[in-house]
Each structure stands twice: as structure tokens, then as C-alpha cells.
Design a protein around this ligand. Structure first.
Ligand code: F6P
Length: 524
């Protein structure tokens, strides 16, 4: 099938997307839910290719695997775990069984405890909350807290992730220890960066008149370690190992977000996720938004061979979405080995990157429009902003978003470039100048439009991307829920720390590493 798909991509690559376009295509190559529309009409997909991709998903057993995931089967096979972040947003859904036990009563109880606790913090004299975590224990809540800033009505929420002391120093500077609350977010409660920052925050609080024994909470699966750190059980919010780190913002890891927007807002976020789950389970074939988002991804990466994809939210408050999606997609599907231990015969997950528009237009879009690599772009924009008095800004924002996808598709021919500057240049100089103003065009993009970036919609968007990762993983035969690739660097860092600190000789390290250690030590 991969060969057929690649052959198809080769066969159609010179065809102009703009020539395929008509009103019928705009309807046929789009998927809608009640509040969102995903348009993939500006790609080089046609009905026949889409059928091939749908057949690929069917052959890969996406539907059966989806059923297995929602039913609590241990689809994270290398770790022998279920994958049930969906249970965290299954607010009024059916029982979800893991090892013969319904996990929903526990999920509801934890949510109720979080709500009571968030309410308490919001009603108290706490002015600032510092969330200490990294990776999935940071990127999700940090991204969502920024995304939903119009809904903040609680204490200020800050995020510290990097072990670089600059991060915690900058965040703590100016905070009042007596009215600051620290949330240590770590699934394992062993992550070196998080534990180092947590100890630093604890020392800062003691030194500045706060009381860490009363002003720390923990979010973790490791209740032994949270107790050993000295956080009492009533301020520990536990979850199970069937929630992956990068999928964990729907449960206790979302506590800081809940404190910022309130329990009601957080429930709306969960309802958005649950709504997307329902859609993902029920919608058939090309009507299924996560499935189509995934198949467009497969088409671009595995069939057309485009190495990266750019996520371009025309929504300033989604500024951290690209970083969040980098972890979600690249930690999930950046693998070379299939579930059965064999080498995967095709390219796997693409490089995911991006930044909000319109800023990116004035930075890296040059390469997207005229560079030698084709980069499929994923645009996003809301129909309404949160600043009615600045409607003209929003109109400009939307215009820019749509203009970019149109420009990428249409490009500009040499004749058009010549005509545009014919009054300024002549002869060879006209030819030379015009060449720089040609845009090849025919560059694919998709556009996700949504009504407004409220908690419900954000929940839908995040669940949409989670399911996209799932579908792409199943088609590639990957286990999207482990991350062995992060281990080696962690081990080597642990071994290097005493060498950097001069406690252990650098013998046994390679020449480059030894030279770098010597340089840093000499100047440190
Ligand atoms: O090192 C990668 C990783 O394990 C991520 O998968 C995870 O989100 C992050 O580290 C943080 O882990 P923890 O929540 O256990 O501190």
C-alpha cells in the first residue's frame, strides 16, 4: 500500500491544486462539527487518493484499535498499560473497565477533590500559583492557561519547567512567599528538573517567610515519593499509569489551569474533549475530523515525503500550541521501530514546528513561500476574538490567515511577476528582478476554523490532535504511548554531572565531550 500511495503522490505532484478547486471541492474536502470546520481542499488530495487513504486506515485496523483504546485494553504494549486519558473527560459516560474494575468512580472522586481544592485556593488570600513540572506536566497546562486568559478569574498562574536556574529565579522574583502556592506536577515524581526546581522553591519559601508544609500540592502517580517530599495526602492529587504524561492535562495535571479559570471553565474544557471523543467514535470515514486530519498528515509525510509540518495558529493566545504539539506528536510518533519490534519501512512522524500568525509572516514564511522544501501548513483561526472593541484587528487577522493559504496555493507566475514590475525595470534587469518575485505556489495547507477560543473549543482542539496522533500511530504500527528515546540522554546527563562538577574524571568520554567539559570548567 505504501508503494501505491507514493506512486500516487508522484503521479499527481505536478498537478495544480488551484485547478482542482471549485465550490463543490470546498464542501467535499472539509469536515465540520457543531463549532469547527477543518478544510483540506487546498491540498493535492482528490477523491481517489482519499479513498486509498481511508482504505489504508481500514486495513491498519484503526476502528478496532480505537475501540480497544476506549475500552481500556493495554494498547501501550511496551509498558503493558491501558491508554485512557479519555476516561478523565468521560464526565457523563459509561463505565470504563481496567483489569475488571470501573475506573470512573475514582476519576470523578479526584475531579471533585480538585474542584473543592481549586475553589479553596481561589477563595483564599493566595495571589500567585507556581506550577513546577516539565514536558507533559508543563506544556499542556501552560499552553491552555495562556489560551484561556480571557477566562482567568483566580490567582495569577506561573509555570517553571527548565532546570536552568534562570527560569525559577525569574518567576520567583517579585512573588510574595506568604501568598504564593506551589504545585509540583510530575507523573513519576522523579524527574530531575522538576525535583530540583521543587526543592529550590521549597527553600525559597522557607527563607522568605512562607510555609512549604502548607503551601505545596503535588500531582503525581507516585504517592510514596510525594509523601517522602513532605506533601500531605490531602494535597496530593493522584492519577493512574494509564494516563500518559503528554495526555495528562485533563486530570490532576490540569489543576493550575483549573485554579486559573475555575472548576466550571475546566469542566467546559473536559466537555469539549468528550465531545470530540464522541465524534471520533461515531463519525464515519471522511466525516471523521481526527481521521481526516491524520490521513492528510500521512499523505504529506509518508506519501509526498514532506519532512515537516508547520502549525500556524492565527491566535496569539495559542502561542504555546506548537510547542505543546511538538511533544504530543514527536514524542508519540517519532519512532523507528514498530510495535512488533521490526523496523518501520517508511518515514514516521514529521518534524512539527510553528508560531502564531501574523508574527511568523514577518519571520520564517519567506522560506515557506519560496524555499526549496515544501512545508505543509496547518492554519487555524477563530471567527470571533475576545475583544469586540478591536474587531478591526480580528478582521485583519482572519484576512491574513486566509491570504497565506491562498498565496501558497496560487503562487505567482513569471508573467504576473513581469507585469507587476514592468513600469520599474526593463530588459535583462526586468527579467532578473521578476525571477525573485516568482512564487511556485501549489504548496498545500489546511485550515481549522472555530467559533471562538473558549474552554469547550480548546478541549475539542486538543482532543482532535490527540486522536490524530493515535490514528497516525496505528497506521504506522507505532506504539504512540511510550518514549524510550528520551532515556539515553537522561542516563548520560546523570553520569556527566559529577564530571562537570569536577568530582569524577572525564576519562572514558569522547574527545569532543572532554574538550567541552574542560572549556566550561575553566571558565565556570
Ligand atoms: O522525559 C520525557 C518525559 O517522561 C515526558 O514524557 C513527560 O511528560 C516528562 O518527561 C515529565 O515527566 P514527569 O511528569 O514524570 O515529571
Amino acid at each position: 500500500m505504501w508503494d501505491r500511495l507514493k506512486a500516487r503522490a508522484d503521479a499527481v505532484q505536478d498537478r495544480r491544486i488551484v485547478d482542482l478547486m471549485d465550490d463543490a471541492r470546498a464542501t467535499e474536502f472539509a469536515v465540520e462539527t457543531a463549532t469547527m470546520r477543518f478544510d483540506y481542499a487546498k491540498t493535492n488530495l482528490d477523491a481517489e487518493t482519499r479513498d486509498m487513504l481511508l482504505a489504508l486506515a481500514q486495513d491498519a485496523g484503526v476502528a478496532a484499535r480505537r475501540g480497544a483504546m476506549f475500552a481500556g485494553a493495554p494498547i501501550n504494549e511496551t509498558e503493558g498499560r491501558a491508554v485512557l486519558h479519555t476516561a478523565l473527560r468521560n464526565l457523563d459516560g459509561d463505565a470504563v473497565m481496567v483489569d475488571g474494575q470501573d475506573v470512573m468512580p475514582g476519576v470523578r472522586e479526584t475531579l471533585a477533590r480538585m474542584e473543592a481544592y481549586a475553589g479553596q485556593v481561589r477563595d483564599s488570600a493566595v495571589t500567585d500559583v507556581v506550577n513546577i513540572g516539565i514536558g507533559g506536566s508543563d506544556l499542556g497546562p501552560a499552553m491552555a492557561t495562556q489560551a484561556l486568559s480571557p477566562y482567568h478569574d483566580g490567582p495569577r498562574v506561573h509555570f517553571v519547567s527548565n532546570v536552568d536556574g534562570a527560569h525559577i529565579a525569574d518567576v520567583l522574583q517579585g512573588l510574595e512567599a506568604k501568598t504564593t502556592f506551589v504545585v509540583v506536577a510530575s507523573k513519576t515524581f522523579t524527574t530531575i528538573e522538576t525535583m530540583t526546581n521543587a526543592r529550590t522553591a521549597r527553600a525559597w519559601m522557607s527563607e522568605h517567610g512562607g510555609d512549604p508544609s502548607a503551601q505545596f500540592a503535588a500531582l503525581s502517580t507516585n504517592l510514596e515519593k510525594t509523601a517522602a517530599f513532605g506533601i500531605p495526602g490531602d494535597r496530593v492529587f493522584g492519577f493512574e499509569d494509564w494516563v500518559g504524561g503528554r495526555y495528562s492535562m485533563w486530570g490532576p495535571i490540569g489543576l493550575s489551569l483549573m485554579i486559573a479559570i475555575g472548576p466550571e471553565g475546566f469542566r467546559a474544557f473536559l466537555r469539549g474533549g468528550q465531545e470530540m471523543d464522541r465524534h471520533f467514535r461515531a463519525a464515519e470515514g471522511a466525516e471523521n475530523m481526527p481521521l481526516m486530519l491524520a490521513l492528510v498528515g500521512i499523505w504529506h509525510r509518508q506519501a509526498c515525503g514532506y519532512a515537516s509540518r508547520a502549525v500556524l495558529p492565527y491566535d496569539q493566545r495559542l502561542g504555546q500550541l506548537p510547542a505543546y504539539l511538538q511533544q504530543l506528536e514527536m514524542e508519540s510518533n517519532g519512532k523507528s521501530v514498530a510495535m512488533d519490534g521490526t523496523r518501520i519501512p517508511v518515514d514516521t512522524g514529521p518534524i512539527v514546528w510553528g508560531a502564531p500568525g501574523t508574527n511568523g509572516q514577518h519571520a520564517f514564511y519567506q522560506l515557506i513561500h519560496q524555499g526549496t522544501s515544501v512545508i505543509p501548513c496547518e492554519f487555524m483561526v477563530a471567527a470571533r476574538g475576545h475583544e469586540p472593541e478591536l474587531q478591526h484587528h480580528h478582521a485583519l487577522l482572519m484576512a491574513n490567515c486566509l491570504a497565506q493559504s491562498e498565496a501558497l496555493m496560487r503562487g505567482r507566475t513569471l508573467d504576473a511577476a513581469l507585469a507587476k514590475i514592468a513600469d520599474k525595470f526593463a530588459g535583462d534587469e526586468l527579467e532578473r528582478q521578476a525571477a525573485h518575485r516568482v512564487f511556485d505556489g501549489n504548496r498545500p495547507s489546511t485550515t481549522l476554523v472555530y467559533e471562538t477560543l473558549d474552554p469547550f473549543t480548546l478541549g475539542q482542539i486538543i482532543a482532535l490532535y490527540e486522536h490524530r496522533v493515535f490514528v497516525e500511530g496505528v497506521i504506522l504500527g507505532i506504539n504512540s504511548y511510550d518514549q524510550w528515546g528520551v532515556e539515553l540522554g537522561k542516563e548520560l546527563a546523570t553520569a556527566l554531572q559529577p564530571i562537570i562538577e569536577g568530582e569524577t574524571p572525564a576519562d572514558g568520554k569522547d574527545g569532543s565531550t572532554r574538550a567541552l567539559v574542560a572549556w566550561l570548567r575553566a571558565r565556570g
